[in-house]
Design a protein. Sequence first.
Length: 361
Amino acid sequence: MKERSKKPKTAFVFSGGASLGAVECGALKAIVEHGIQADMVLGTSVGSLNGAMYAYNPTIEGVKAIEDVWLNIKVWDVFSLSPITPILSITTFGLNLISPKNIRKLIAENMKFTRIEETKLPLYIIGTDIKRGQEVVFNKGLALEALMCSVAIPGVFPPLRMHDYTMVDGGMVNNSPISTAVRLGAERVVVFPIGVPSADQEPRTVAEVLIRAFIFLLNRQLATDIQLYKDKVELIVIPPPERIDVGPHDFSKSKQLIEESYAKAKEWLENDGFSPNADTNLHPCDVHTPPVNLMEVITPEPEAKATTRMKEGFKHSTKGVLKSIDATVGEISADLSKAADDIKKKIFKKDKKKELSEKKD
């Protein structure tokens, strides 16, 4: 590796991963508290949102603002729950199943700047031209539109047409844009990955299988980039939590993800220090350096009967619904309790004022 200057030009690279972007928030908090500063910021998909907010205010206060967004976000803030959009899309040969109006509103309300050039640190937002399969990097212009391009998951949100480009989620070609950071002159690249689902959890639905497949594909791409660039730049991958038991569509566990990733990053900083770790930190889905995983083929277990699969799927879905109901009931109960306390206080104050008035009379 070539010699480095005392203060290498540092890029923070934020990966995509829907609700798992909360993992990046916790890790970023630990890194900023440790005194690490970026010279440029790159982000893909949800990572572009985290990166944009950090680039605008690269301080611990800025990180807390990102944390506040994650702690208050709800699934309907991202995915508009309307049965009309998918029906219209199917019947009219549309390109998306979900309306982008809610996520556009979410971004507009939380971005305190209009143009990319207004951020304190140079910001690069990654998108994909779906016509050419080509990476497009936004570095100036309207921030909201660039971010909408970067988060436009194909088939879920509509693509955005700009000039001769048809833009969708940047994760399609460069989910963790290490390569772009290097081409832009970074000498040290700090990567904030989203992690992988826990191996103890077996997917039980089609959606869970597809989500896991997508996450593993993204991590496979990151593992390749790590091997390609570990000897070209000072490459540091912030270790995510080892067990990610939250799906990328579940925005109710942001607090848990932030706390776990913060604790993991703090532990790593205390034990190993902030230094290149591509060779010591085995990344999931890496097929380049681990030994070949040879295994004898045996007759697999028979697939469960259709009725059994239906029962298990129903049980699994019901469990999730009941958890959601319990959480909602808990929130309603807490709100009602608070409202009752407020009413009691107001009544007590009125009675006290009335009593004092009567004494004066």
